[in-house]
Design a protein around this ligand. Structure first.
Ligand code: NAI
Ligand code: MG
Length: 477
């Protein structure tokens, strides 16, 4: 990869005007793997100016031309998938096998399905037979600031960049400062795919610097953000003065409701899902709610799964879980585990400190708490680590009430053999997504949350429409 201290602006890798250097660390080794520049206001302004200048030309291109460019990008992304996996694995600690499959694959999948969606999308369509001559035009929103986190870097970046490009928007991407290398590699691929200069720009920086500057910038029309609810609130306020469109994908505290008639693998599957990516997923099923008749058995299963979960460095081939992304996140998770113990949840597996034999790297012990109640901190707040809570319930109504007893509403999970009950429960859960009996949503399914999990939806038709304005024209022809 080229010099990581540079930003990608107007089709060139350029030196920072007013930034300062920051080391990027491998969380498995705590070693420095690259130096980037946290940009300043002048860097962000240069990128916004380039995107603004490129907008009229890109917005005017036919969808077919934009789709062709995305198809070239798809080919390059596939060719360089190995490099991408390596970048993700070292910058944020996903074990290499997970990086090669789910992490890189999520980016490829979103690109592929954005292309498919754009091909089938009517960017110009009549209002309807009842209103002859009325035309509806879907037009790009304009200059977009795309701000992304570090936990599923290509998943999150591609869910924004691909539909923004397909819509005809121009953009400034600010990836997470902890995990910028995968995004810089994507910028190289976008460059090679031959998008016009200024359509896509990347400026590295932190939230308080480039992040805050972009979200309050007078020439930015839209902000699409994924990350913490804290930052989502700050961004919404910052964007309000210039009435930007704001799309937010924030935290979660997913419930996994397991009824006594659920298939026997439900508990094991639920624990593994919670620990996947070392618990660093907004849609993780972190609160397991179990019908009382099978509760103690579920606690024992969760203990066994946690104790058998291997933890280790990201470069080892295997199904282990890796470190968490940074020392900051390690300390945050330690705080939550301590809260769980202090507030008298029953510690079933794991606990504070690092796993045996792993003194270097930000490794966390796979942890399970039982008898967790809604007043506890570990019930209410997103831990973002391999920490599962278990809570018993007696009735369907109680399970629904417990699941909804959270400020979040991203994904909830239901395990039961009773279809009628599954549908009843799904209707009453206040979340953007409900996954039943271990089945993931299909390609192009809308991803997003209710309540404090955010606004807007990513993926599929919904994700494309986020980047489009609707224009109504009468007497068209
Ligand atoms: P964060 O929300 O601070 O960072 C995510 C992105 O937002 C980064 O690119 C960061 O530079 C940027 N950012 C931060 N503050 C900003 C601001 N005021 N204006 C504009 N951009 C801003 O998240 P952080 O500190 O890395 O993680 C803290 C917690 O957030 C985690 O423990 C987890 O609970 C949650 N989180 C949720 C994610 C999700 O997938 N929904 C992803 C990452 C974190
Ligand atoms: Mg890092």
């Amino acid at each position: 990869m080229q010099d990581a201290t540079k930003h990608y602006i107007n089709g060139q890798w350029v030196a920072s005007i007013d930034g300062r250097e920051m080391a990027v660390e491998d969380p498995s080794t705590e070693e420095k793997i690259a130096t980037i520049t946290l940009g300043g206001d002048a860097d962000a302004d240069a990128a916004v100016n380039a995107a603004k200048a490129a907008f009229p030309g890109w917005a005017e291109t036919k969808p077919d031309a934009r789709i062709a460019a995305l198809e070239r990008l798809m080919d390059i992304y596939k060719e360089r998938a190995g490099e991408m996996a390596q970048a993700i694995s070292t910058e944020m600690g996903a074990p290499i096998a997970l990086a090669q499959t789910a992490q890189v694959g999520a980016g490829a999948g979103h690109l592929k399905h954005t292309i498919r969606t754009a091909k089938g999308f009517a960017f110009e369509r009549p209002l309807g037979d009842h209103a002859p001559g009325d035309m509806i035009l879907y037009e790009p929103v304009g200059v977009c600031a795309l701000i992304t986190p570090w936990n599923w870097p290509m998943n999150q970046v591609m869910l924004k960049v691909a539909p923004a490009l397909a819509a005809g928007c121009t953009m400034v991407l600010k990836p997470a400062e902890q995990a910028p290398l995968s995004a810089m590699l994507l910028a190289e691929m976008i460059d090679a795919a031959g998008f016009p200069p200024g359509v896509f720009n990347l400026v590295n920086g932190d939230g308080a610097g480039v992040g805050a500057h972009l979200t309050s910038h007078g020439q930015v029309d839209m902000v699409s953000f994924t990350g913490s609810t804290r930052a989502g609130v700050a961004i919404s306020k910052s964007a309000a003065d210039t009435v930007k469109r704001v799309s937010l994908e924030l935290g979660g505290k997913g419930a996994n409701i397991i009824f006594a008639d659920a298939d026997e693998k439900s508990v094991t599957r639920g624990v593994r899902h919670c620990f996947n990516n070392t618990g660093q997923s907004c849609n993780a099923p972190t609160r397991m709610l179990v019908e009382r008749s099978i509760y103690e058995q579920a606690v024992e299963t969760a203990r066994t799964v946690a104790e058998n979960t291997e933890v280790g460095p990201a470069d080892v081939e295997g199904r282990q879980i890796g470190p968490v992304v940074s020392e900051v996140q390690f300390n945050r998770i330690q705080y939550y585990i301590k809260q769980g113990i202090d507030e008298r949840a029953r510690l079933v597996a794991g606990g504070m400190g690092k796993p045996d034999g792993l003194s270097i790297g930000y490794f966390v012990r796979p942890t399970v708490f039982a008898d967790v109640t809604p007043d506890m901190t570990i019930w209410r707040e997103e831990v973002f680590g391999p920490v599962l809570t278990l809570t018993p319930f007696d009735t369907e109504e109680e399970a629904i009430a417990l699941a909804n007893d959270t400020p979040y509403g991203l994904t909830n999970y239901v395990q039961t053999a009773d279809k009628a009950r599954a549908q009843r429960v799904a209707r009453q859960l206040r979340s953007g997504m409900v996954e039943m009996n271990g089945k993931f949503g299909g390609a192009g399914t809308p991803f997003g949350g209710m309540k404090q999990s955010g606004t807007g939806r990513e993926g599929g038709v919904w994700g494309l429409e986020e980047f489009l304005e609707v224009k109504a024209v009468s007497d068209w022809g």
